[in-house]
Ligand binder design. Structure first.
Ligand code: IPT
Length: 957
């Protein structure tokens, strides 16, 4: 069979030369809205459907921009997710017969005025041909790249309303170049516009705006029509220049910290284009990445475009939401993984201040599965297609101050076509360094970039392993934010900050791509009937699918906050040191101030603003304690919280926004005594000890006060997190499964009735083996007016070396469901594990059991509150107080660990009528093993003899 047009390696016809995305006063008509739509399972849909007068009145309606899989899912065309594997045979450039094809039709009227008529498509996935009034006007590929077609000659002068028919094929040669880790979703998913191109108008603009030593330089090249002359106006700077003329001018620089923009216009007799100019210079100097002459560390995220209902058809509001959320959380850089974003995203990054690594729409990752045979990156027949993609990326986005690097693409192996792209980009735009990660000789990259390098590897690189020394070092992806986590952020940041040669990193990734399921909740790979898929690997963001910040985002915000604190030991005790991590911005100069709060057992005793500052970029100061601090008391824990807060509102946050915060314990809590002294008594088959009752035969805890308790047991398991599972990284779950830690059985070895204690010894072990754990629970109690208190000492020891860390070390119990409310003094308000929860603070918090759950798209261990000194569980009935000795980790949920583990989606978790309370002295760290290193050695929970204690008290209902 003859190849179809879209199986040509470079099938683009009729496209106008690529140019910038411009704001112009030339008339235009948006074609966004409802179109007619008909889907066919193959590419051979009747050609008549493209004819001007074809009757489409019975067709479906479809929203453009949009994906058809999300609006008209059919058995043969539904959302499908693969990470690396192509969902079709590797037979480049040919594609299978099964090629869903959507015909899209609508009527349109012309924008007023004279001049050529151009159709601009901002993004069509993956190949399309367009017909105007029945005449073919062009074909294109390049899903996340714009294309313009001149349709003037096709317009039927007899018609008042013209007819546009667009046939879109899901699969094409281009699909081989678009193997990004995301949903396969097709259609006209970005805007379509009809443009009038006025005579003597402006074809393109190229802004060159640099900045050094207080002076901006500006030159704007303008391509005009019909030989028109162009002027460049920057009223605020009093500039009125000819196109191409270069000036030096005293201007404020642009940076992500201070995104100063100047409104400008380019004017010809036929057209006026509005620009926003940011003066800035980026350069690599002696292996250091600099902006306006200063070394800059990027605190970045990888951003896919995503919305749970609309897929990659994001609205301006979605884009605004992302930018503001990022800024609020101190993210200052975005890698547009792995394609140029919605064009307005870059306008917003200019305006609000985000450094952008603008990545070309190229990924051929799936060829790795055939040892990179036939990889398009290294086959000359694909060169034109590759270079065309780079051209369209650079031409579209070249005028944005925010774009500080170009990236050739992602995970496309190595090859000559990448070099051709790099040559083209360097030639066209020498002002920006280039990035490419996957050729580890870095012939085409100005930066030494890695993905998911462990802390150890990063340390080795920064210590100067000799390789690529002239290039700044960047982790273009790290800290895989899948499910609970990522852990290890603080340690990465410490490394990044240790060397100017490090230009920072980009967390993978910004948002969970969970698609809303018809019945509610968010779905992932496999939920739409795909046979080939990569499950929930698509849900690996710092925000949940609905953009709720996950605990990982709060941690990241803490770690990359510009006001950074460290604890310093001094002769007068531990103090906090504040460092200004901005590159340009002065702290504590009136635009921000340092607030100090002192709390005793969580109760505020002093709140004051420190009279310190200003603090220049890079400088630090030791924070002294306020003079008017009331004397401490030996029976309370005293904590200082220092926070740098803004004085004025910004577009992304109200006044008082924290630029960084930290705590230091000024006086530790006194040691908490484990209650003792109350006699053990027998009543019937029960043993009574202080407020508690036990089963005399089994030693099981039955009641604390009036509160029934069941299922008390040693608790060593957790529902594995995505990072425990480690699909693409250091996994710990297989070892846990091999040890059968998820299936432990208990034998009660001893129930010892002491005079004032009850001791229960158990052996806990998995089936099939001869190794287990010995645990002893020693219960003691005190009696006093308010009902007394029950103490528990736990001693646990593995019988042998396990060869793996333990998931958790603690106890669990089941409580009645009325215990719906929680109030605690400990770290909060959010969840925390050994290497996460960096943003949590010691304080008094309250909430609910339901609110304690973090709805990770795939259920897994979550919601643990750490450092809990005291917790009250209350509701309509008797309550329970839990005290740590001195502190404990707590989770409470309405389902068991087993249910949490076996449920596939967050919305499918069902309460089982109890509150399951888990109290642990430690859990294994979280790490980022879903793609990268597991928990660092210092965050491992090694199985070794351990002891801990806690206190339970009844609370009146
Ligand atoms: C890396 C990809 O670049 C990225 O697109 C994403 O897939 C990420 O991993 C994991 O979510 S490739 C990885 C297998 C090293």
């Amino acid at each position: 069979m003859r190849a179809a047009w879209f199986e040509d390696r470079f099938p683009v016809t009729g496209a106008l030369p690529a140019r910038s995305h411009l704001r112009t006063d030339a008339p235009a008509v948006s074609l966004d809205g409802q179109w007619r739509f008909r889907l066919s399972p193959h590419a051979r849909a009747p050609r008549e459907q493209l004819a001007a007068d074809h009757d489409d009145s019975a067709w479906d309606r479809i929203a453009v921009p949009g994906h058809w899989q999300l609006q008209h899912p059919r058995e043969f065309s539904r959302p499908a997710y693969t990470n690396v594997t192509y969902p079709f045979p590797l037979d480049p450039p040919r594609v299978p017969e099964e090629n869903p094809t959507g015909d899209h039709r609508r009527r349109f009227t012309l924008p007023p005025g004279e001049g050529r008529v151009v159709l601009r498509f901002e993004g069509v996935d993956s190949a399309f041909e367009a017909h105007v009034d029945g005449t073919p006007v062009g074909r294109s590929v390049g899903s996340r790249l714009p294309v313009e077609l001149d349709v003037t000659d096709a317009l039927d002068p007899e018609r008042e309303e013209h007819v546009l028919a667009v046939r879109v094929h899901q699969w094409s040669s281009a699909s081989y170049l678009e193997d990004q880790d995301m949903w396969w979703l097709s259609g006209i998913f970005r805007s379509v516009t009809v443009l009038r191109r006025p005579p003597r108008g402006i074809d393109d603009v190229h802004v060159h705006a640099g900045w050094a030593d207080g002076t901006g330089t500006l030159r704007v090249e303008v391509a005009t029509r019909d030989g028109a002359a162009a002027r460049v106006l920057v009223p605020e700077l009093g500039l009125d220049l000819a196109a191409g003329e270069e000036v030096s001018v005293a201007a404020e620089p642009w940076s992500a910290e201070s995104p100063r923009l100047y409104d400008a216009e380019v004017v010809t007799p036929g057209e006026r284009v509005r620009l926003r100019v940011g003066f800035r210079t980026v350069a690599v100097v002696d292996g250091v990445f600099t902006v306006n002459g200063r070394p800059v560390t990027l605190h970045g995220v990888n951003r896919h475009e995503f919305h749970p209902d609309r897929g990659r058809a994001v609205t301006r509001q979605d884009v605004v939401d992302d930018v503001l959320l990022m800024k609020r959380h101190h993210v200052d850089a975005v890698r547009t993984s792995h394609y140029p974003p919605h064009p307005e995203f870059l306008e917003l990054c200019d305006e609000h201040g985000l450094y952008v690594v603008d990545e070309c729409d190229l990924e051929t990752h799936g060829f790795v599965e055939v040892d990179w045979r036939q990889n398009p990156s290294d086959d000359a027949r694909w060169e034109r297609a590759c270079v065309d993609r780079m051209t369209r990326t650079v031409e579209r986005d070249k005028n944005h101050a925010c774009v500080v690097l170009w990236s050739l693409g992602n995970e496309s192996g190595t090859g000559a076509n990448l070099s051709a792209m790099a040559r083209w980009a360097k030639d066209r735009d020498p002002s920006r360094p280039l990035h490419y990660e996957h050729d580890w000789n870095y012939p085409d990259s100005d930066v030494h970039s890695t993905m998911y390098a462990s802390h150890e590897q990063v340390a080795a690189i920064l210590a100067g392993d000799g390789a690529h020394e002239g290039k700044p070092y960047l982790q273009c992806e790290y800290a895989h934010a899948m499910g609970n986590g990522p852990g290890g952020l603080a340690e990465y940041q410490e490394l990044f900050d240790s060397s100017d040669r490090c230009m920072g990193g980009f967390v993978w990734e910004w948002i969970d791509h969970g698609l809303r399921l018809p019945g509610g909740g968010f779905g992932y790979g496999g939920d739409f009937g795909e046979r080939l898929h990569d499950g929930n690997f698509v849900a690996d963001g710092l925000v949940l699918p609905d953009r709720t910040p996950s605990p990982g985002l709060l941690d990241y915000a803490h770690v990359v906050s510009p006001a950074r604190f460290s604890v310093e030991e001094t002769p007068s005790g531990d103090l906090l040191r504040l460092t200004n991590r901005y590159a340009f911005t002065v702290l504590l100069d009136g635009s921000s101030s340092l607030r100090l709060d002192v709390a005793d057992d969580g109760g505020l005793v002093l709140s004051t603003t420190a009279e310190v500052g200003p603090l220049a970029p890079g400088e630090s100061l030791l924070i002294e304690l306020p003079d008017d601090l009331p004397p401490g008391r030996p029976d309370v824990e005293r904590v200082l919280t220092a926070t740098v807060v803004t004085a004025a509102a910004s577009p992304h946050a109200p006044a008082g926004h924290a630029l960084g915060s930290a705590q230091v314990v000024l006086a530790p809590a006194p040691e908490r005594a484990v209650p003792a002294g109350a006699p053990l008594r027998r009543r019937g088959g029960d043993l009574l000890l202080g407020p508690a009752a036990f089963d005399a035969r089994t030693g099981d805890l039955l009641r604390v006060g009036d509160l029934p308790v069941s299922g008390f047991a040693l608790d060593l398991w957790r529902a594995p997190t995505d990072n425990d599972r480690g699909v693409h990284g250091d996994r710990v779950e297989p070892a846990w499964r091999a040890l059968r830690l998820d299936d432990l059985r208990t034998r009660t070895a001893l129930v010892e009735e002491g005079e004032d204690f009850l001791r229960v010894a158990v052996r806990v072990a998995p089936p099939g083996g001869d190794t287990g754990f010995a645990a002893t629970f020693t219960w003691t109690a005190s009696e006093d007016e308010d009902g007394g208190a029950l103490g528990l000492r736990v001693e646990v020891a593995p019988e042998r070396e396990l060869g793996a860390p333990l998931p958790r070390l603690g106890v669990r119990l089941r409580l009645p469901r009325h215990l719906a409310d929680v109030a605690w003094y400990g770290r909060g308000p959010g969840e925390a594990y050994a290497d996460t929860g960096l943003a949590t603070r010691l304080g008094r918090w309250s909430g609910t059991v339901d609110g304690w759950q973090t709805p990770y798209v795939r259920p897994q261990e979550n919601g643990r509150r750490a450092g809990v000194r005291v917790l009250d569980l209350t509701g309509a009935g008797p309550g329970l107080r839990v005290e740590g000795v001195p502190e404990i980790g707590v989770s409470a949920r309405r389902w068991s660990t087993a249910d949490l583990e076996r449920t596939a989606h967050a919305h499918e978790l069902r309460e089982d009528g109890s509150v399951h309370l888990h109290l642990d002295v430690a859990q294994h760290g979280i790490g980022t093993g879903s793609c990268g290193p597991g928990a660092l050695p210092q965050h491992r929970l090694d199985a070794a003899p351990a002891a801990f204690a806690l206190v339970l008290r009844p609370l009146a209902g």
